[in-house]
Structure formats: C-alpha cells, structure tokens
Design a protein around this ligand. Structure first.
Ligand SMILES: Cc1ncc(COP(=O)(O)O)c(C=O)c1O
Length: 364
C-alpha cells in the first residue's frame, strides 16, 4: 500500500509496507552474499537457513507443535481441494464437507474426483450463503475420515467464530483468508491449508499444517509432489520451490512477530472491522450488511447500498478518492472491503469517513 492508495483487494492483497521496503532494500544483496535472494540456489545453505527460519517463525506465531508438519506447496488452495482427498481418503471411506460459500463448494466439486465427499450441511439457501450453519444443522457421519470447513468465506463475508464438535473425527480447514488473523488452537485441527496471498505473503506458496498421525496410512500411489508425506520428508524441497515467495513470507512473519504476534493483530483486526460495521449499522436506511450478524467476517466485510447504480458509483468514485478493490465478487455483487492483517486502521478509518460522505452526497 502506498501512502495515497488504500488497497482493499481480496487477494493478492495489501502487504505490510515494512515487509516490502525490506525486500526493496535487500533485493540486490541477500544477507551479504553479493547476490539477490532470487539468484540463490534452493539447495544452498543461505536459502536453506531462510527456509527453516520461515517455518520456525510460523510454528512460533501459530503455536504449532512437533506433532505437525509445516509444508510449503504450490497450486494454491485449489490444488489442496484435490490433494487432501487424494492423500487421505482410502477406498470405501468418505469425508464430510460443510458448505458455506463458493470456495467450500469448489472444495467438494474438485475433491470428489478422488473420493466420496458428503455435504454434511450447506447454507446455500438458493445461492445466498448468508450465514454459517448452527451446530444442530451439521449432519456429521461418525465414520467420516475427516470433516472439512472453510473458516472464512472470502466472497460471502462470513466467518466461523466457533468450531464444530466432530466427536473425534479429524477436523480439516481451508484457512486461506483468515490464517494468522486471530489466535487458533492448532491442536483442534488435523490439517490446515491456506494460500499465502492474503495474510501471509505473495501468491504462489500454499501453507499446509498437517498432523503427522493424520497422514499415517496415507495413499502413496501417486507422484511424490502430490504426497504430503513425501513433501514433509524433503522439508518442502522436493523440487524447486518459489524461493522469493518464501523470502517475502519471512519478511511478513518477522514483521508480525515484531508487532506482537497474532494476539496483537487480532485486536487490530477487531478494531478495523468494528469501524466499518458500526458505520453500516448506524445508517441502516442506506447501508445493509446481508450476512447474519453473529457470522460477520473480520476479514471481508460485505455490504449493499440502496441500489446497484449507487453501488457502481461508489466503486468508481472510491477509486478516484484512492480506495481500490471495493467491488464485491462478481458472483454476489455489492461491495466488499477486504481488511487483512496488513490493512491499516488509518486506511479503514479514512474509508469509513469517505463512505459516510458518499451517502450524504448521493441520497437514495
Ligand atoms: C477461502 C478460499 N479458499 C480457496 C481459495 C482459492 O485459492 P487459490 O487461488 O490460492 O487456489 C480462495 C481464494 O481467494 C479462498 O479465499
């Protein structure tokens, strides 16, 4: 984010400015080696130290124990939709999916090529996905290999603020759009995956946190690059990894650590979300948030104006005022203001003031 532009893009998204400035300062000479990090071999000791340090930082920030592997993979969360059932679903087994948005739906449609995936609950309700299901709506099978949830629904603007009781069935989560935004107890999950391009760094790297015990007996009849156990055995260096992406993740995680880690960023995220949601709730005749209040996302607040013409005008005038990326996803329309960890409080406060002025200048 430059000082003049406030970037509310949903992902790739704004990154912490100090992490980018550090990359600029270090670009031509990494760690006094005389060459750029872009030019280092992924097999060299300089890169390897960076790689291991980045994993250690993630372990520290998320409290990940040695019972878990921390992997860097490629193909985004979309590839994980397939890798997960490919690895852990054995013949005759099924998995339960809680479908709370477009990405959760895709997790099922892409994954079902590799096993029997059941929809244990859906809040599609004719296409709207305006809420997270209630605990009693989950029709979970005791024999399921795992239960899959999407902790934050980037397009719909909803977020799980509680975890389902799976009665001992392993819980798996797509945390692409809220990882590292609030403290989580990793021990409650058997596997977590997330594309890096929202809270962690640039696109091109996918984080996988997998309980070692969950991978026992996993399938091996596929190429190594798809197998969690093989990627783990190679410390995520099975092939040429996106080294610059990992370098930037290092910068983002060190910056997060310096500013107080996940508990500090959660406070910051709650303050930003409150600024926006309060402005919406204060003027219900003009602004409406279509999602259930208790399920509102801290990362991707969505809202509507009285009509689509006003929404289009807001997107266009916002851009002129220096606020970019507020158009809702094409599948749902409306407005979406993505505010990941790197979004500043000042950026949101400026937008909220501007949004109120817009409402005054454009009465319904
Ligand atoms: C929750 C969620 N899951 C999955 C994806 C797909 O991620 P990728 O583009 O990294 O495959 C996204 C992308 O925005 C997302 O927000």
């Amino acid at each position: 984010m430059s000082n003049d532009v406030v970037n509310f893009n949903a992902g790739p998204a704004t990154l912490p400015r100090p992490a980018l400035e550090r990359a600029r300062a270090e670009l031509l000479d990494f760690d006094h080696t005389g060459i750029s990090v872009l030019e280092h071999s992924h097999r060299g000791k300089e890169y390897e130290a960076l790689h291991d340090h980045t994993i250690a930082l993630l372990r520290k920030l998320m409290g990940i124990s040695d019972d878990y592997h921390v992997l860097f993979m490629q193909g985004g969360a979309t590839a994980q939709f397939a890798f997960l059932p490919m690895n852990v679903l054995r013949p005759g087994e099924s998995a339960d999916y809680v479908v709370t948005g477009n990405w959760a739906k895709k997790a099922v449609s892409e994954g079902k090529h590799y096993g029997n995936l059941r929809v244990a609950a859906t809040t599609e309700d004719g296409g709207s996905f305006k809420r997270i299901p209630k605990p009693e709506e989950l029709k979970l099978e005791a024999s399921a290999r795992y239960v899959h949830i999407t902790t934050n629904n980037t397009i719909m603007g909803t977020q799980w603020h509680w975890l389902p009781d799976t009665s001992g069935v392993p819980l798996v989560a797509d945390m692409s759009s809220d990882i590292l935004s609030t403290p989580i107890d990793v021990s409650k999950f058997d596997l977590v995956y997330a594309g890096a391009q929202k809270n962690i760094g640039p696109s091109g790297v996918t984080i996988v946190i997998a309980k070692k015990a969950f991978l026992e007996g996993a399938n091996t009849n596929m190429a190594k690059v798809f197998q969690y156990a093989e990627v783990a055995k190679a410390n995520s260096l099975l092939n040429t990894i996106p080294t610059f992406g990992i370098y930037l993740i290092r910068n983002v995680l060190e910056h997060l650590d310096q500013r107080g880690g996940v508990p500090a960023i959660e406070k910051h995220n709650r303050e930003k979300a409150a600024l926006l949601y309060d402005a919406i709730d204060e003027d219900p005749a003009y602004f409406t948030c279509p999602v259930a209040k208790e399920d509102r996302s801290l990362m991707n607040p969505v809202f509507r104006l009285p009509n689509e013409e006003l929404e289009a005008a807001m997107v266009s005038e916002a851009k002129d005022a220096g606020f970019i990326g507020i158009k809702g996803h094409r599948s749902v329309g409306g407005l979406r203001v993505s505010m990941y960890n790197a979004m500043t409080r000042e950026g949101v406060a400026r937008f909220v003031e501007w949004m109120k002025q817009f409402a005054t200048a454009h009465p319904a």
